[in-house]
Design a binder for this molecule. Structure first.
Ligand code: PEP
Ligand code: MN
Length: 354
Protein backbone atom coordinates (compact mmCIF):
# COMPACT_ATOMS: atom_id res chain seq x y z
CA UNK A 1 0.00 0.00 0.00
CA UNK A 2 2.80 2.34 1.00
CA UNK A 3 4.55 1.62 -2.27
CA UNK A 4 1.39 2.43 -4.24
CA UNK A 5 1.05 5.73 -2.37
CA UNK A 6 4.68 6.62 -3.03
CA UNK A 7 4.40 5.81 -6.71
CA UNK A 8 1.26 7.92 -6.94
CA UNK A 9 3.02 10.78 -5.17
CA UNK A 10 5.99 10.75 -7.52
CA UNK A 11 3.72 10.44 -10.53
CA UNK A 12 1.73 13.48 -9.42
CA UNK A 13 4.76 15.56 -8.45
CA UNK A 14 5.33 18.15 -11.14
CA UNK A 15 8.52 20.14 -11.20
CA UNK A 16 9.76 22.56 -13.80
CA UNK A 17 12.92 20.94 -15.01
CA UNK A 18 14.18 22.70 -18.08
CA UNK A 19 13.94 26.03 -19.71
CA UNK A 20 14.10 26.29 -23.48
CA UNK A 21 15.58 29.60 -24.52
CA UNK A 22 14.46 30.72 -27.99
CA UNK A 23 16.76 32.77 -30.21
CA UNK A 24 15.89 36.48 -30.38
CA UNK A 25 14.98 36.08 -34.07
CA UNK A 26 12.88 32.90 -33.60
CA UNK A 27 9.51 33.08 -35.31
CA UNK A 28 6.11 32.53 -33.69
CA UNK A 29 5.84 29.38 -35.85
CA UNK A 30 9.10 27.98 -34.44
CA UNK A 31 7.91 28.74 -30.90
CA UNK A 32 4.66 26.86 -31.56
CA UNK A 33 6.56 23.88 -32.90
CA UNK A 34 8.73 23.70 -29.79
CA UNK A 35 5.62 23.99 -27.61
CA UNK A 36 3.95 21.04 -29.35
CA UNK A 37 7.14 18.99 -29.18
CA UNK A 38 7.31 19.58 -25.40
CA UNK A 39 3.71 18.38 -25.10
CA UNK A 40 4.50 15.36 -27.26
CA UNK A 41 7.29 14.46 -24.85
CA UNK A 42 4.79 14.48 -22.01
CA UNK A 43 5.73 17.84 -20.44
CA UNK A 44 3.60 20.92 -19.81
CA UNK A 45 4.96 23.99 -21.68
CA UNK A 46 4.85 27.40 -20.06
CA UNK A 47 5.74 30.27 -22.40
CA UNK A 48 7.29 33.38 -20.88
CA UNK A 49 7.34 36.30 -23.31
CA UNK A 50 10.38 38.54 -22.87
CA UNK A 51 11.37 41.87 -24.38
CA UNK A 52 14.20 40.47 -26.48
CA UNK A 53 13.50 36.73 -26.54
CA UNK A 54 10.93 34.22 -25.38
CA UNK A 55 11.61 31.25 -23.17
CA UNK A 56 9.57 28.14 -22.53
CA UNK A 57 9.53 26.34 -19.22
CA UNK A 58 8.94 22.60 -19.44
CA UNK A 59 7.06 21.32 -16.42
CA UNK A 60 7.02 17.65 -15.68
CA UNK A 61 8.44 14.98 -13.43
CA UNK A 62 12.03 13.83 -13.04
CA UNK A 63 11.85 10.79 -15.26
CA UNK A 64 12.98 11.21 -18.82
CA UNK A 65 13.91 14.89 -18.46
CA UNK A 66 16.94 14.25 -20.68
CA UNK A 67 14.69 13.76 -23.68
CA UNK A 68 14.07 17.51 -23.47
CA UNK A 69 17.71 18.06 -24.35
CA UNK A 70 16.80 16.85 -27.84
CA UNK A 71 14.93 20.13 -28.39
CA UNK A 72 18.30 21.83 -28.78
CA UNK A 73 18.43 20.85 -32.45
CA UNK A 74 15.07 22.42 -33.30
CA UNK A 75 14.90 25.58 -35.39
CA UNK A 76 14.76 28.76 -33.35
CA UNK A 77 16.09 27.13 -30.16
CA UNK A 78 19.20 28.70 -28.66
CA UNK A 79 19.68 26.57 -25.56
CA UNK A 80 18.06 24.05 -23.24
CA UNK A 81 19.05 24.76 -19.66
CA UNK A 82 18.27 22.80 -16.50
CA UNK A 83 16.89 24.95 -13.69
CA UNK A 84 18.75 24.46 -10.45
CA UNK A 85 16.93 26.85 -8.10
CA UNK A 86 13.96 25.50 -6.14
CA UNK A 87 11.92 28.46 -7.38
CA UNK A 88 11.84 28.15 -11.12
CA UNK A 89 9.57 30.66 -12.82
CA UNK A 90 10.51 33.37 -10.31
CA UNK A 91 14.21 32.86 -10.92
CA UNK A 92 16.54 35.03 -12.98
CA UNK A 93 17.75 31.77 -14.53
CA UNK A 94 14.47 31.59 -16.44
CA UNK A 95 14.14 35.28 -17.25
CA UNK A 96 17.10 37.61 -17.25
CA UNK A 97 15.29 40.88 -17.81
CA UNK A 98 13.14 42.45 -15.14
CA UNK A 99 9.39 41.91 -15.33
CA UNK A 100 7.43 45.04 -16.16
CA UNK A 101 3.89 44.99 -14.84
CA UNK A 102 1.38 47.26 -16.53
CA UNK A 103 -1.61 48.58 -14.65
CA UNK A 104 -3.45 51.11 -16.81
CA UNK A 105 -0.90 53.82 -17.65
CA UNK A 106 1.39 52.76 -14.81
CA UNK A 107 4.31 50.36 -15.12
CA UNK A 108 5.79 48.65 -12.09
CA UNK A 109 9.35 47.32 -12.27
CA UNK A 110 10.68 49.61 -15.00
CA UNK A 111 12.27 53.04 -15.12
CA UNK A 112 9.38 54.66 -13.27
CA UNK A 113 9.20 54.45 -9.48
CA UNK A 114 5.73 53.50 -8.22
CA UNK A 115 4.13 54.82 -5.05
CA UNK A 116 1.06 53.11 -3.62
CA UNK A 117 -0.68 55.04 -0.85
CA UNK A 118 -3.89 55.06 1.13
CA UNK A 119 -5.39 54.05 4.44
CA UNK A 120 -4.91 50.73 6.17
CA UNK A 121 -8.69 50.23 6.08
CA UNK A 122 -11.49 51.86 4.11
CA UNK A 123 -13.72 53.41 6.78
CA UNK A 124 -16.24 55.58 4.95
CA UNK A 125 -16.73 57.44 1.67
CA UNK A 126 -15.36 60.77 2.82
CA UNK A 127 -12.21 59.21 4.30
CA UNK A 128 -11.26 57.22 1.21
CA UNK A 129 -12.12 59.92 -1.35
CA UNK A 130 -10.30 62.65 0.57
CA UNK A 131 -7.26 60.38 0.89
CA UNK A 132 -7.34 59.39 -2.79
CA UNK A 133 -7.34 63.04 -3.92
CA UNK A 134 -4.63 64.03 -1.43
CA UNK A 135 -2.21 61.21 -2.27
CA UNK A 136 -2.81 61.70 -5.98
CA UNK A 137 -1.99 65.39 -5.78
CA UNK A 138 1.17 64.57 -3.82
CA UNK A 139 2.27 62.29 -6.67
CA UNK A 140 1.16 58.77 -5.69
CA UNK A 141 0.27 56.42 -8.54
CA UNK A 142 -1.95 53.72 -7.02
CA UNK A 143 -4.57 53.91 -4.24
CA UNK A 144 -4.64 51.29 -1.50
CA UNK A 145 -7.26 50.51 1.13
CA UNK A 146 -8.30 47.38 3.02
CA UNK A 147 -11.87 46.07 2.78
CA UNK A 148 -11.18 42.69 4.40
CA UNK A 149 -8.79 43.15 7.30
CA UNK A 150 -6.90 40.18 8.77
CA UNK A 151 -6.75 41.39 12.38
CA UNK A 152 -4.95 39.74 15.26
CA UNK A 153 -8.03 40.19 17.45
CA UNK A 154 -11.45 38.94 16.33
CA UNK A 155 -12.92 41.94 18.19
CA UNK A 156 -10.99 44.53 16.13
CA UNK A 157 -12.48 46.24 13.06
CA UNK A 158 -12.63 43.63 10.31
CA UNK A 159 -13.22 45.96 7.35
CA UNK A 160 -16.33 46.98 5.41
CA UNK A 161 -16.26 44.01 3.03
CA UNK A 162 -17.97 44.54 -0.33
CA UNK A 163 -19.20 47.98 0.73
CA UNK A 164 -15.53 48.90 1.18
CA UNK A 165 -14.70 47.62 -2.31
CA UNK A 166 -17.41 49.87 -3.77
CA UNK A 167 -16.06 52.91 -1.94
CA UNK A 168 -12.49 52.13 -2.97
CA UNK A 169 -13.59 51.85 -6.60
CA UNK A 170 -15.45 55.15 -6.39
CA UNK A 171 -12.41 56.87 -4.88
CA UNK A 172 -10.10 55.36 -7.51
CA UNK A 173 -12.41 56.58 -10.28
CA UNK A 174 -12.60 60.10 -8.82
CA UNK A 175 -8.85 60.40 -8.39
CA UNK A 176 -8.18 58.51 -11.65
CA UNK A 177 -5.97 55.96 -9.93
CA UNK A 178 -5.78 52.17 -10.13
CA UNK A 179 -6.69 50.48 -6.86
CA UNK A 180 -5.32 47.64 -4.74
CA UNK A 181 -6.85 45.76 -1.83
CA UNK A 182 -6.07 42.66 0.18
CA UNK A 183 -7.88 39.39 -0.44
CA UNK A 184 -7.93 36.98 2.50
CA UNK A 185 -10.14 34.14 1.33
CA UNK A 186 -10.03 32.05 -1.87
CA UNK A 187 -13.82 32.35 -2.04
CA UNK A 188 -13.57 36.15 -2.25
CA UNK A 189 -11.12 36.24 -5.15
CA UNK A 190 -13.75 36.48 -7.91
CA UNK A 191 -15.67 39.24 -6.15
CA UNK A 192 -12.61 41.29 -5.21
CA UNK A 193 -11.21 40.95 -8.76
CA UNK A 194 -14.37 42.55 -10.14
CA UNK A 195 -13.54 45.77 -8.30
CA UNK A 196 -9.77 46.15 -8.12
CA UNK A 197 -6.80 46.39 -10.48
CA UNK A 198 -4.30 44.64 -8.18
CA UNK A 199 -4.81 41.95 -5.53
CA UNK A 200 -2.77 42.00 -2.34
CA UNK A 201 -1.79 38.94 -0.34
CA UNK A 202 -0.95 39.96 3.21
CA UNK A 203 1.85 38.78 5.42
CA UNK A 204 -0.43 36.43 7.37
CA UNK A 205 -1.59 34.70 4.21
CA UNK A 206 1.72 34.54 2.40
CA UNK A 207 1.82 30.75 2.83
CA UNK A 208 -1.90 30.16 2.37
CA UNK A 209 -1.23 27.97 -0.64
CA UNK A 210 -4.87 27.58 -1.69
CA UNK A 211 -5.22 31.36 -1.77
CA UNK A 212 -1.95 31.72 -3.69
CA UNK A 213 -3.08 29.18 -6.28
CA UNK A 214 -6.45 30.90 -6.62
CA UNK A 215 -4.97 34.37 -7.29
CA UNK A 216 -2.59 32.67 -9.71
CA UNK A 217 -5.61 31.74 -11.80
CA UNK A 218 -6.70 35.37 -12.23
CA UNK A 219 -5.39 37.92 -14.71
CA UNK A 220 -4.83 40.54 -11.98
CA UNK A 221 -1.34 41.56 -10.84
CA UNK A 222 -0.66 40.37 -7.28
CA UNK A 223 1.30 42.15 -4.55
CA UNK A 224 2.74 39.39 -2.40
CA UNK A 225 3.83 40.60 1.00
CA UNK A 226 6.63 38.83 2.81
CA UNK A 227 5.50 36.61 5.65
CA UNK A 228 6.70 38.03 8.96
CA UNK A 229 8.91 35.00 9.64
CA UNK A 230 9.66 34.03 6.08
CA UNK A 231 13.05 33.55 4.51
CA UNK A 232 13.60 35.04 1.07
CA UNK A 233 13.64 31.53 -0.36
CA UNK A 234 10.28 30.66 1.21
CA UNK A 235 8.88 33.96 -0.09
CA UNK A 236 10.00 33.15 -3.63
CA UNK A 237 8.46 29.69 -3.29
CA UNK A 238 5.16 31.39 -2.43
CA UNK A 239 5.53 33.58 -5.51
CA UNK A 240 6.14 30.37 -7.46
CA UNK A 241 2.69 29.12 -6.42
CA UNK A 242 1.14 32.14 -8.19
CA UNK A 243 3.43 31.99 -11.23
CA UNK A 244 2.98 28.27 -11.75
CA UNK A 245 -0.77 28.79 -12.12
CA UNK A 246 -0.06 31.05 -15.10
CA UNK A 247 -0.11 34.51 -13.51
CA UNK A 248 3.31 36.05 -14.15
CA UNK A 249 2.45 39.45 -12.69
CA UNK A 250 3.70 39.21 -9.13
CA UNK A 251 5.14 42.15 -7.19
CA UNK A 252 7.08 41.31 -4.02
CA UNK A 253 6.56 43.62 -1.04
CA UNK A 254 9.08 43.68 1.82
CA UNK A 255 7.16 44.78 4.93
CA UNK A 256 9.52 43.92 7.75
CA UNK A 257 10.16 40.67 9.55
CA UNK A 258 9.79 39.67 13.17
CA UNK A 259 13.04 39.76 15.12
CA UNK A 260 14.02 40.16 18.78
CA UNK A 261 13.84 43.96 18.34
CA UNK A 262 10.81 45.64 19.90
CA UNK A 263 11.63 49.32 19.30
CA UNK A 264 9.90 49.01 15.94
CA UNK A 265 6.84 46.90 15.04
CA UNK A 266 8.97 44.77 12.70
CA UNK A 267 12.53 44.95 11.39
CA UNK A 268 12.79 46.23 7.82
CA UNK A 269 15.05 43.87 5.91
CA UNK A 270 16.53 46.35 3.45
CA UNK A 271 19.08 43.82 2.29
CA UNK A 272 16.23 41.76 0.84
CA UNK A 273 16.06 44.35 -1.97
CA UNK A 274 19.48 43.68 -3.55
CA UNK A 275 19.14 39.94 -2.85
CA UNK A 276 15.81 39.80 -4.65
CA UNK A 277 17.06 41.97 -7.49
CA UNK A 278 19.73 39.35 -8.06
CA UNK A 279 17.56 36.25 -7.55
CA UNK A 280 14.35 37.21 -9.33
CA UNK A 281 13.04 39.22 -12.24
CA UNK A 282 9.92 40.22 -10.26
CA UNK A 283 9.50 43.85 -9.15
CA UNK A 284 10.24 44.60 -5.49
CA UNK A 285 8.50 47.26 -3.43
CA UNK A 286 8.77 48.21 0.26
CA UNK A 287 6.12 48.98 2.86
CA UNK A 288 7.86 51.16 5.49
CA UNK A 289 4.59 51.64 7.42
CA UNK A 290 4.14 48.04 8.60
CA UNK A 291 7.91 47.62 8.78
CA UNK A 292 8.37 50.31 11.42
CA UNK A 293 4.92 50.71 12.99
CA UNK A 294 5.58 54.39 13.70
CA UNK A 295 4.77 57.32 11.41
CA UNK A 296 7.94 59.13 12.55
CA UNK A 297 10.20 56.43 11.06
CA UNK A 298 8.39 55.98 7.75
CA UNK A 299 10.19 58.78 5.93
CA UNK A 300 13.73 57.51 6.68
CA UNK A 301 12.88 53.97 5.66
CA UNK A 302 11.11 55.15 2.50
CA UNK A 303 14.21 57.06 1.49
CA UNK A 304 16.47 54.12 2.41
CA UNK A 305 14.35 51.81 0.23
CA UNK A 306 14.80 54.11 -2.75
CA UNK A 307 18.55 54.15 -2.15
CA UNK A 308 18.65 50.34 -1.88
CA UNK A 309 17.05 49.92 -5.31
CA UNK A 310 13.36 49.26 -4.67
CA UNK A 311 10.91 49.61 -7.56
CA UNK A 312 8.29 51.28 -5.42
CA UNK A 313 6.76 51.92 -2.02
CA UNK A 314 3.49 51.23 -0.27
CA UNK A 315 2.67 53.79 2.43
CA UNK A 316 -0.32 54.07 4.77
CA UNK A 317 -1.95 57.50 4.72
CA UNK A 318 -5.01 58.69 6.67
CA UNK A 319 -6.74 62.11 6.91
CA UNK A 320 -6.61 61.89 10.72
CA UNK A 321 -4.26 59.08 11.81
CA UNK A 322 -5.19 59.56 15.47
CA UNK A 323 -8.77 58.56 14.61
CA UNK A 324 -7.95 55.64 12.27
CA UNK A 325 -9.80 52.35 12.85
CA UNK A 326 -6.56 50.44 12.25
CA UNK A 327 -2.82 51.14 12.10
CA UNK A 328 -3.20 54.83 13.04
CA UNK A 329 0.22 55.09 14.77
CA UNK A 330 2.05 54.16 11.56
CA UNK A 331 -0.14 56.18 9.18
CA UNK A 332 1.02 59.49 7.73
CA UNK A 333 -1.25 62.51 7.50
CA UNK A 334 -1.48 64.32 4.17
CA UNK A 335 1.28 66.85 4.93
CA UNK A 336 3.72 64.21 6.11
CA UNK A 337 3.02 62.12 3.01
CA UNK A 338 3.58 65.08 0.69
CA UNK A 339 6.89 65.71 2.46
CA UNK A 340 8.00 62.10 1.96
CA UNK A 341 7.06 62.32 -1.72
CA UNK A 342 9.26 65.41 -2.15
CA UNK A 343 12.21 63.62 -0.54
CA UNK A 344 11.73 60.54 -2.70
CA UNK A 345 11.59 62.66 -5.84
CA UNK A 346 14.88 64.34 -5.01
CA UNK A 347 16.53 61.04 -4.22
CA UNK A 348 15.24 59.41 -7.40
CA UNK A 349 16.98 62.12 -9.43
CA UNK A 350 20.24 61.25 -7.69
CA UNK A 351 19.61 57.50 -8.08
CA UNK A 352 19.43 57.89 -11.85
CA UNK A 353 22.97 59.28 -11.87
CA UNK A 354 24.66 56.55 -9.82
C1 PEP B 1 -1.92 46.02 5.22
O1 PEP B 1 -1.31 46.28 4.18
O2 PEP B 1 -2.76 46.77 5.74
C2 PEP B 1 -1.52 44.81 5.98
C3 PEP B 1 -2.38 44.18 6.78
O3 PEP B 1 -0.23 44.48 5.78
P1 PEP B 1 0.61 43.20 6.26
O4 PEP B 1 -0.08 42.03 5.62
O5 PEP B 1 1.97 43.49 5.72
O6 PEP B 1 0.57 43.18 7.75
MN1 MN C 1 -2.25 48.21 7.89
Amino acid sequence: MLLVCLLFYFKKKEVLKMVIVMRPDASEEQLKEVVSKIEELGYKPHVIYGATRNVIGAIGDERGKFVLQSLEVMDGVEAVIPILKPYKLASREVKKEKTLIKVGDISIGGEEFTVIAGPCAIENEEQIIKTALAVKSAGAHILRGGAYKPRTSPYAFQGLGEEGLKLLKKAGDEAKMPIVTEVVNPEHVTLVSEYVDILQIGTRNSQNFELLKRVGQTDKPVILKRGMSMTIKEWLMSAEYILSEGNMNVILCERGIRTFETATRNTLDLSAIPVLNEETHLPVIVDPSHATGYAKYVSSMAVASVAAGADGLMIEVHPQPEKAFSDGPQSLNFDAFAKVMRKIKTLLEVRKTI
